[in-house]
Ligand binder design. Structure first.
Ligand code: FMN
Length: 311
């Protein structure tokens, strides 16, 4: 690996069987196969998710920038007869094998599974136990596509605005760099996503998910955002344990913050806000190993006044 490709995956051509799984799962679309069956990396916009490493059936992909050690170090790791509801090692396995799924089959998700996901959601903690959430269940592909189309409408307008250099400059001059930031960070991805949808119906927003759960919460609660996101994480983990794929779709959350027609479409009152949108479906990809994570920024600290002699 040389300095120029630091932070990008490394493909071992001698091992690679050119199955294309890494290309299929790459969210940044920086991988492609050439005519000779070689995996090429183009662009530098890798978000370092490690999906290419995790999916490769022959371990031809390395992600040296990620920490792959998720082994438990505590004695809990050894224990299996403690009467614990879930063994720590089994829970860790669930946590590290969960992936954001961007390849779904066309099979619908049974409503009973969606019911169970909502039950998992409400098991989350909430500030003063106020449970301010509302779960909007989109149980069919058609409903997901309608929400996708409404969201695409918002981004079409935003991209038209952001494409105007003079508007970005004027807004920057009056202190709002938001449109410039959007242009620098998302404009091109969104442009390509809209084009893929218009040209050949490829759904880069919901990734073809056949169901979704929108988690909203009553903004009059003490901490509706935290409550909704904790419920969302429960849903995502429960989905994983059921063998379903899930993916948080922040693009819809952001659109709904700015475009009232999206919250109206979902029938939400003004005092409800959307905190997460979870794409769901039967997964069409099999990850072989955990993806790894950037090394944790962990610091064991002793605060001023803490008694170091008592350990
Ligand atoms: C708040 C939030 C918003 C996200 N929005 C999107 C999205 O709009 N589209 C998408 O494909 N993935 C989205 N993701 C998924 C992240 O890209 C993903 O979690 C990250 O790359 C790590 O991969 P992993 O979930 O497989 O561990 C989102 C994740 C979070 C936490």
């Amino acid at each position: 690996m040389n300095a120029s490709n630091q932070g990008l995956p490394v493909i071992d051509e001698a091992v690679c069987i050119a199955c294309g799984e890494c290309v299929r799962v790459c969210p940044d679309r920086i991988l492609r196969i050439d005519e000779a069956g070689r995996i090429l990396i183009h662009g530098m916009t890798c978000m370092q998710c490690g999906h290419c490493y995790a999916v490769c059936p022959v371990q031809a992909v390395a992600a040296p920038f990620l920490d792959h050690d998720f082994s438990l170090t505590s004695s809990f790791y050894q224990a299996d007869a403690r009467g614990l509801p879930v063994q720590p090692a089994a829970l860790m396995e669930l946590l590290v094998m969960r992936r954001s799924c961007r390849c779904f089959t066309a099979e619908p998700v049974a409503e009973s599974l969606l019911d169970d996901l909502v039950r998992a959601g409400v098991a989350a903690p909430s500030g003063t136990n106020c449970q301010p959430w509302r779960f909007l269940v989109l149980a069919t592909r058609m409903d997901v596509a309608i929400l996708g189309t409404a969201t695409a409408g918002f981004y079409r307008k935003l991209n038209r605005k952001a494409a105007q250099p003079w508007l970005r400059v004027v807004l920057r001059m009056i202190g709002s760099g938001a449109l410039q930031h959007y242009y620098d960070s998302y404009f091109e991805t969104v442009r390509q996503g809209l084009k893929a949808w218009d040209d050949h119906g490829e759904d880069r927003l919901f990734h073809g998910a056949t169901a979704a759960i929108v988690v909203a919460a009553d903004t009059r609660a003490g901490c509706p955002g935290e409550d909704a996101l904790l419920a969302s994480q429960n849903i995502v983990l429960m989905a994983e344990s059921m063998g379903l794929g899930s993916c948080l779709i922040g693009f819809v959350v952001e659109a709904a913050k700015r475009d009232r027609s999206i919250t109206d479409l979902l029938g939400l009152e003004k005092h409800y806000k959307i905190y997460s949108v979870i794409a769901l479906g039967h997964t069409d990809v099999a990850y072989k190993r955990p993806a790894g994570r950037k090394p944790a920024d962990k610091r064991i600290i002793r605060l001023a006044g803490s008694d170091t002699s008592s350990g």
